[in-house]
Design a protein around this ligand. Structure first.
Ligand code: JFE
Length: 241
């Protein structure tokens, strides 16, 4: 996969993308991430990327010229989905991450100030994404979140154990409680069933815990989850308290 990111703060990406799983994916050649400084696509002495809004009002708006030039220059190497990060976008979900993970090429535009000129939306953008209902100062952190969630789904990026965890997320339930050594920590013991060696009982306990947790924290997820008849009775019991 080829990822292009257009930003006025290219240095922001050095930290997260130079560490951890993303770096491993880049080093393995599974993804290439090119960070482009939007100011390199300006032609004036001050490298201007913003201007005041027509019609008046507070703040500044990203000019269309540099963004169009950046996308058109990058495009030389082939077509891509062009994604704008904005609080007004579709809510980014694991399903959208899966959809994006099969694309050969993604271009992200990171806005700033009060947003981008509407003609960028109309002429360049194929998809608008929001990572949640809160307002950040710009699109960079949102782009990092989306790239991180997408890159880990590219075949070969995750180890086989981690890939299984991804499949368990598709079950539509929250994770069951996890424990590791020691068996007793500050007076709190690991649940006996996990020490039993009975794999069937362990699996049943985990599924039960995942359902309870999901019921308590994210009951909305249970609506879309496939449950057995017995599991449905468990949920009905939880509802009655
Ligand atoms: C930009 C800004 C004024 C936004 C109401 C570009 N999920 C998510 N939260 N915040 C963003 C995305 C985001 C993305 C790009 C951005 C915020 N801002 C700030 C300023 C009004 C805004 O929208 C500028």
């Amino acid at each position: 996969m080829l990822v292009d990111i257009i930003t006025i703060f290219p240095q922001m990406f050095q930290g997260p993308f130079a560490e951890s799983l993303i770096k491993r994916a880049v080093d393995k050649g599974l993804v290439r991430i090119n960070i482009h400084n939007l100011r390199d696509f300006t032609h004036d002495r001050h490298r201007t990327v913003d201007d005041s809004p027509y019609g008046g009002g507070p703040g500044m708006v990203m000019k269309p010229g540099p963004i169009f030039e950046a996308v058109e220059t990058i495009k030389g190497e082939g077509a891509a989905d062009v994604i704008l990060l904005t609080p007004a976008g579709d809510r980014f979900t694991q399903q959208i991450a899966r959809d994006l993970a099969v694309k050969g090429r993604l271009t992200f535009i990171c806005g700033h100030y009060e947003g981008v000129d509407e003609r960028v939306r109309e002429g360049l953008i194929t998809r608008e994404l929001s990572i949640g209902d809160y307002v950040m100062t710009g699109g960079e952190l949102a782009a990092m979140v989306v790239v991180d969630a997408v890159v880990r789904l590219i075949p070969g990026v995750l180890g086989s154990a981690e890939s299984l965890t991804e499949e368990s997320f598709s079950s539509g339930l929250l994770e069951y409680p996890q424990y590791t050594r020691p068996e007793a920590f500050r007076g709190q013991r690991v649940p006996e069933v996990l020490l039993s060696g009975n794999h069937e009982e362990v699996a049943r306990w985990r599924r039960d815990q995942a359902i309870r947790r999901t019921f308590l924290k994210r009951p909305d997820l249970l609506e879309k989850t496939h449950l057995t008849e017995q599991e449905r009775r468990l949920v009905a019991g939880l509802r009655e308290g």
